[in-house]
Ligand binder design. Structure first.
Ligand SMILES: [Zn+2]
Length: 269
């Protein structure tokens, strides 16, 4: 599933490619026909991202958007971008946006709907703090974590607690801080949480810039110079059975919060 950095990049790219001019919206597949009709011909004035939720604001230039397109890609959803003239739609295209120079086809999202500003505010209120948002309140996250018997590995995946962290960032940030994913949230101290939060802000921002997740320090990679390969990009994620980059203990895996968790039983206590 795309994590927060991917959604933030989509918000930025779509604003650049489609913003400021009327956009043609349609639903070649038909499942979003009524919603697309509401947006068709409107001007994209803003985009926004909160965790794994993407928002496109439509309305008059210079005004607060009157309508918001809300998209959640889920596990399999994808935007495909291209230049106009757009080809005939292929496959199940839920939404096609066509701007002055580019088009975007959305396939397979778990949410694609039109929201009022009030609906959007209600959705934000249900989501936890997003390390990529300037309005994020890490203290609110700490209040939840520090009172919870739930494991930190589950809490980091709970989008109502913290938004935008997915399976890769969860495994990697816990490794980077030597934290056993099975520890209850209330077992962490404030300094540990603050360090995790600060690290997540840095890791996610780096993810937005690079368009990929890289969590390893150069000294811990097999190849220490150059752009890290896919294999070299993570400490424990998808490295089950392989030696830990730091101590050599085989990396372990087990399901947690519906996804495979990865951790080093020696480094993470
Ligand atoms: Zn280790």
């Amino acid at each position: 599933m795309p994590e927060g950095h991917t959604i933030r990049r989509l918000a930025r790219d779509h604003k650049r490619l489609f913003g400021g001019a009327p956009v043609a919206a349609s639903s070649p597949q038909g499942r979003f026909a009524a919603g697309a009709a509401l947006l068709d011909g409107q001007t994209l004035t803003r985009t926004d991202a909160h965790g794994k939720h993407l928002f496109h604001g439509f309305g008059d230039a210079g005004r607060t958007p009157a309508r918001w397109l809300h998209v959640h890609l889920g596990l399999y959803g994808k935007f495909q971008l291209g230049e106009v003239p757009e080809p005939a739609p292929v496959g199940q295209v839920r939404l096609r946006l066509v701007g002055a120079g580019h088009y975007a086809d959305l396939r397979g999202p778990i949410a694609c709907e039109v929201l009022t500003p009030a609906d959007k505010a209600a959705l934000h209120a249900r989501l936890g703090a997003d390390p990529l948002r300037s309005d994020a309140d890490p203290d609110a996250v700490w209040q939840r974590i520090s009172r919870s018997r739930t494991t930190i590995g589950q809490l980091l995946m709970d989008q109502a607690v913290i938004a935008g962290v997915g399976n890769v960032y969860r495994a990697e940030v816990l490794f980077r801080h030597g934290l056993d994913p099975h520890r209850p949230g209330r077992d962490l101290d404030r300094a540990q949480w603050d360090a995790v939060w600060t690290d997540l802000v840095g890791l996610l921002r780096a993810g937005v810039r690079a368009g990929r997740i890289v969590t390893t320090r150069p000294e811990d990679r097999d190849r220490r110079s150059g752009t890290p390969s896919r294999e070299d990009a993570t400490y424990v994620y998808r490295r089950a059975g392989m030696p830990c980059r730091v101590c050599g203990t085989p990396v372990r895996t087990e399901p947690m919060a519906t996804r495979n968790l990865y951790w080093c039983p020696t480094c993470q206590l």
